[in-house]
Design a protein around this ligand. Structure first.
Ligand SMILES: Cc1ncc(CN)c(N)n1
Length: 217
């Protein structure tokens, strides 16, 4: 078992709920209300800012150029097509791009800030791996439906599935698997705690999205 598989197994219950969630099921079959989608995207856009800073920091801390390049390319995707997707969605759903962070969003923002400020590559990777791997897991089974949905649903599935995104997750997991081998028991325990907390917070974010965030108009 790889280190990333081992870490996933530590959070098996939250992982299962987060990747088979009523919220993402409804999103992918197009039955999610526009109100809930708008609220989710507004909160998620607040997540993206911290995520970009964290991913940028991982680029800085990658041991070699070869290790940094895939993360830097992924950064371009987030700041390009994904950022544009958010802005187009806000316009189409007729809501503003700015909202007040909900408690579940703040918890994720704090975790990302802590990971970035730790200055430790393995802690940064723990949060990044969870964020992207969970999305790959829930979105992949719906990959073939994306074209039949309004773009704010369909493109969200497409951005988190397919060959390119599968490679992003494989790269992030691979980096974590490699660095894990260099860690002592204390550092491994810290990575495990960060990883399981990240899974818990991702699940809580979907739970709150399904309950419905207040939408800023
Ligand atoms: C909360 C959250 N976690 C992960 C992802 C995937 N990029 C996201 N958009 N939002």
């Amino acid at each position: 078992m790889s280190a990333s598989q081992y870490l996933q197994s530590l959070a098996a219950e939250d992982w299962k709920v987060a990747t088979h969630h009523a919220f993402t099921d409804a999103l992918a079959d197009g039955t999610l209300s526009q109100e809930k989608m708008a609220g989710y995207l507004q909160q998620d856009y607040l997540f993206v800012e911290g995520f970009v800073r964290l991913l940028g920091s991982a680029v800085v801390h990658a041991p070699t150029l070869a290790d940094a390049v895939p993360a830097a390319q992924f950064l371009g995707l987030i700041c390009g097509p994904e950022n544009t997707y958010f802005l187009r969605s806000f316009e189409a759903l007729e809501v503003t791009s700015t909202a007040k962070p909900a408690p579940e969003t703040r918890a994720l923002q704090e975790l990302m800030d802590q990971a970035r400020q730790s200055g430790r590559y393995e802690i940064m990777l723990s949060v990044l791996v969870v964020a992207e791997w969970i999305y790959l897991d829930w979105a992949t089974p719906f990959d073939d439906r994306a074209d039949d949905l309004p773009f704010w649903f369909g493109e969200w599935v497409t951005l988190h599935s397919g060959e390119g995104f599968t490679q992003v997750v494989a790269y992030l997991r691979g980096q974590l698997d490699i660095v894990w081998e260099t860690l002592d028991d204390t550092a491994r325990a810290e990575v495990s705690a960060t990883f399981t907390q990240a899974v818990r917070l991702e699940r809580a974010f979907f739970d709150a999205s399904w309950a419905g965030f207040t939408v800023a108009k």
